[in-house]
Design a protein around this ligand. Structure first.
Ligand SMILES: [Fe+2]
Length: 194
C-alpha cells in the first residue's frame, strides 16, 4: 500500500483521461509545472488538493491514495460472491457485496479467503425447534478466539459477534442454502457449506 498518492498514479490516471498536464493543472488551480513535478517525484500535492485532484481524475480519494481503481461489476450483488475483510488492528469486520478497496486503521485490507473447517476449527450445527444451534469448537481466550460467525445466502446475511472469554455459540435461523463463515483472530476465515 502507498501511504500517499504517487506521481505514477497521477500520471497514469491523467493519461487515462486524455488530459494534458496543463489541463489537469487548470482544473485544480495549480501550474502545469507543479503537476510535472508531482509526476516525476519531485514534489507531492498538498493534502488539501487530494479531493479536487481525485475529482478531476474521476476517482475517490482512497483510490487515488492506493493507486488502485475499483470497478464493482457485481451489480446483481449475489451475497455469496461477497467478501469479508477484517482489520488486524481493531478487529473491525466488514462484508462487501462486491469488489472494494477497504481501509481500516490506516491499512488496506485484503479480501479474505475462507478455508474449509479444519480439526482445530470444527463446527457443529444442531436443529433446535425452528432454529439452529451453532457451536464453533475453539478456545475463547483473549489471545486466540472466534470473533464472529456469519450465515450468508444469495440474498441475506446474518452476522453474530463473539467475545473472548464468552462462548463461540449462537442460535441462528439457517434458511436456504448458503455458507456459514466464522473468523479466528489467529487462523483466519473458515467456512462450512450448509
Ligand atoms: Fe484458531
Amino acid at each position: 500500500m502507498n501511504t500517499y498518492v504517487t506521481g505514477n498514479t497521477i500520471k497514469q490516471l491523467r493519461e487515462g483521461r486524455n488530459l494534458t498536464q496543463a489541463e489537469l493543472a487548470q482544473m485544480i488551480g495549480v501550474s502545469s509545472k507543479t503537476v510535472s513535478k508531482w509526476e516525476t517525484a519531485k514534489g507531492l500535492p498538498d493534502i488539501t488538493l487530494l479531493q479536487p485532484l481525485a475529482q478531476a481524475l474521476g476517482i475517490s480519494v482512497i483510490e487515488l491514495m492506493n493507486g488502485e481503481q475499483i470497478t464493482n461489476r457485481n451489480v446483481s450483488a449475489n451475497l455469496l460472491r461477497g467478501k469479508f475483510y477484517v482489520c488486524p488492528v481493531c478487529g473491525n469486520a466488514i462484508h462487501s457485496t462486491g469488489s472494494a478497496l477497504v481501509s481500516c486503521c490506516g491499512i488496506t485490507l485484503p479480501p479474505l479467503e475462507a478455508e474449509e473447517a479444519d480439526e482445530d476449527h470444527g463446527i457443529t450445527i444442531e436443529n433446535v425447534e425452528d432454529e439452529h444451534f451453532i457451536t464453533v469448537h475453539h478456545p475463547m481466550t483473549k489471545e486466540h478466539f472466534i470473533s464472529f460467525a456469519a450465515f450468508v445466502t444469495c440474498d441475506r446475511i446474518q452476522m453474530v459477534k463473539f467475545y473472548p472469554e464468552g462462548n463461540a455459540e449462537t442460535r441462528m435461523q439457517l434458511r436456504g442454502r448458503g455458507q456459514l463463515y466464522y473468523y479466528c483472530n489467529r487462523h483466519g476465515l473458515f467456512r462450512k457449506k450448509v
